[in-house]
Design a protein around this ligand. Structure first.
Ligand code: NAP
Length: 322
């Protein structure tokens, strides 16, 4: 029997699965464990079930000790884990791909519609009882039928967003990716273009690439200036892909119509970040995968990953360690 630390409460299905074979400690706090607590609690663990908010680096792995076999992230993105440090220590790393694709794509579509149709200021208007009359000239938004959607990162979630917006709104699909995506090309007539062209031509840009050395701050002042003044920028990937200060300035200067963000830097967003209270920036607290269905499946997958690693088998959903 091994020892497993789970860094937050997750659906019971995952905990029960782990408890059937191992001694499991689940962090019960409302907030994530502090760095000090994390370093202490992983001591002697064979497995760690981590959240995207936990930085799992060499120090954490070494604090666990030589018996650590696996780190299973409760997320598809795993930029919080030092995969190279895991590799040299013989620790497997896993994630939860696929099961949160639809949930996250739905949030991206929701943000496109909500940012484009001024849901944020319109909702505040009612909450503050500023709704006086039917207004012919207030909260005028954008329409999407037949317009152009640019997908930055045409992977599982990017494809699901393209499917929704092409099928439902007849949007023309452009995408930028390191490799061509034949299924998107065949099914939505999606066209692969360079990033600059995608930004120049799209009425909506939706970000779905992982954060890597190549994509960190990929959308900065220069890129935002290429976008159409009525364009909408949506990010459900990771906050670090956008230079947030540049976005704030672009929205302030009317360089684009609105933004919809499910992710920010840092998370939670800084209280004093001007984006937080902007009328044309709608921000959600990273709820892309927040459905019962997705979170239950994520819990099961993360548990299966850890059970396999501790048993000395390959994780069923292991990340590439190259
Ligand atoms: P995925 O299937 O791996 O798709 C990511 C795509 O990004 C790949 O197709 C990859 O294709 C592309 N990409 C990588 N580097 C790129 C670059 N430099 N430029 C353009 N494209 C690049 O992953 P997914 O399941 O769709 O998830 C995508 C991301 O969404 C995750 O990494 C995670 O950060 C985020 N996410 C957020 C939430 C949330 O709650 N908001 C939930 C789930 C996931 P090529 O390398 O072939 O170009």
């Amino acid at each position: 029997m091994g020892k497993v630390f789970v860094t937050r409460r997750i659906p019971e299905v995952g905990i029960q699965r782990l408890m059937a074979e191992h001694q499991v400690e689940v962090w019960q706090g409302q907030d994530p464990p502090s760095r000090e607590i994390l370093l202490e609690r992983v001591g002697g663990c064979t497995g760690i079930l981590s959240m995207l908010s936990d930085k799992i680096d060499a120090q954490v792995m070494d604090s666990a000790g030589g018996g650590l076999k696996g780190v299973a992230n409760f997320a598809v993105g795993y930029n919080n884990i030092d995969v190279q440090a895991a590799k040299v220590r013989g620790v497997q790393v896993g994630n939860t791909p696929g099961v949160l694709t639809n949930a996250t794509a739905d949030i991206a579509v929701g943000l496109i519609l909500a940012a484009g149709r001024c849901f944020g200021p319109a909702i505040h208007n009612v909450q503050r009882m500023q709704w006086r009359n039917w207004e012919p000239m207030m909260f005028l938004g954008q329409e999407f039928e037949g317009k152009t959607l640019g997908i930055l990162g045409m992977g599982r979630i990017g494809y699901a967003v393209a499917k929704r917006m092409h099928g439902g709104w007849g949007m023309r699909i452009l995408y930028s990716a390191r490799n061509p995506k034949n299924d998107a090309q065949e099914n939505f007539n999606a066209q692969r273009v360079e990033l600059d062209e995608l930004l120049q031509q799209s009425d909506v840009v939706s970000i779905h690439c992982p954060v890597t050395v190549e994509t960190r701050n990929l959308i900065g002042q220069r890129e935002l200036a290429l976008m159409k003044p009525n364009a909408i920028l949506v990010n459900t990937a990771r906050g670090e892909v956008i230079d947030q200060q540049a976005l704030s300035q672009a929205l302030e200067e009317g360089k684009l119509f609105a933004a919809g963000l499910d992710v920010t830097t840092p998370e939670p967003i800084d209280e004093n970040d001007p984006l937080r209270l902007r009328d044309n920036c709608l921000i959600l607290p990273h709820i892309g995968s927040a459905t019962d269905q997705a979170r239950n499946q994520m819990a099961s997958m993360a548990a299966e990953n850890l059970l396999a690693a501790i048993a000395g088998k390959p994780m069923p959903f292991g990340v590439s360690m190259t």
